[in-house]
Design a binder for this molecule. Structure first.
Ligand code: ATP
Ligand code: MG
Length: 261
């Protein structure tokens, strides 16, 4: 009798899990009722967000509204107080079971995070910086192929491959960071203020790379204050105000401006 009950329970569980997986699979990223903060200070309140595979999301909000904190929570840099983060139908982080996926594992799963400030090895060349992202690959041929692909995608880096990172412009440094991220073949790229501090020319150069990444089917979540630049590029604009997510009426520049006031 007990055994029979156990069988029924198990098959029901499998059914439940399968249907959960099915709905989760249509979204690459699924954030459910996320609350978090620093110390005792709460900065994100009940944030829920679903991102479809291959889409580009532009995340806007005033200074201090919690944008960077949201990306940090997705990438496991800050722990959740409550809620869950799912990626391709699997839980990455939750609060209840104290699950927190390590960053190296997140990268293997296909998630890359580029913080507001780049983190390059200053006294290493462009090529050496890029190589730090492929050294873990056991196959030397694969290492070479991946690097060749980056030279092809980002010719500006190829032209400067022997220059030290600390001799490069802000835009070129951003391109190296992006190149390093791409070497890990991300399916989801979280990019915090790609255009911060860049000249118009460098922004255009970076934009061209982002367009290629988008065309390759990578899902992008981008935080930017340069909204005009990205409005047509993004499939969806979402906003954060005082740590709460707003998803409606953010299709036009005028509405976004009103939201930001
Ligand atoms: N390490 C930290 N320790 C304590 N509080 C922090 C920390 N980082 C951020 N905060 C606070 O959390 C809130 C949200 O900050 P966050 O950096 O997420 O904002 P943001 O929307 O990215 O702002 P910006 O547009 O200026 O980059 C702010 O009140 C900020 O002061
Ligand atoms: Mg920020």
């Amino acid at each position: 009798m007990d055994k029979h009950k156990l069988n029924i329970d198990t098959s029901q569980n499998i059914l439940d899990n399968n249907s959960k997986l099915k709905t989760q699979n249509s979204k690459i990223l699924d954030i459910q009722n996320l609350n978090t903060g620093y110390g005792k200070k709460q900065v994100l309140f009940d944030v829920s967000l679903q991102v479809e595979k291959g889409k580009t999301i532009l995340l806007v909000g005033a200074n201090g509204s919690g944008k960077s904190s949201l990306l940090k929570a997705i990438f496991g840099i800050i722990p959740l107080w409550s809620g869950e983060v799912w990626f391709k139908g699997q839980t990455l982080h939750n609060a209840e079971q104290k699950l927190k996926t390590q960053q190296s594992k997140l990268i293997t799963k296909g998630i890359m995070y580029l913080p507001q400030k780049d983190e390059l090895f200053e006294d290493m060349s462009v090529k050496e910086n890029l190589e730090t992202s492929i050294l873990h690959l056991p196959d030397k041929k694969e290492q070479k192929q991946n690097l060749a692909h980056i030279w092809e995608q980002m010719p500006v880096l190829k032209d400067k491959k022997d220059q030290l990172a600390n001799r490069l412009s802000g835009g070129e440094r951003k391109m190296i960071s992006l190149g390093m991220a791409l070497l890990n073949k991300p399916k989801l790229l979280l990019f915090d203020e790609p255009f911060a501090g860049l000249s118009e020319k460098n922004m255009d150069m970076l934009m061209q790379s982002l367009e290629k990444i988008q065309q390759n089917g990578t899902t992008l979540v981008i935080i930017e204050h340069r909204i005009k630049k990205l409005l047509n590029f993004a499939n969806r604009v979402i906003g954060l105000k005082l740590g709460r997510l707003h998803t409606d009426n953010l299709e036009t520049l005028d509405n976004i401006k009103k939201f930001l006031i």
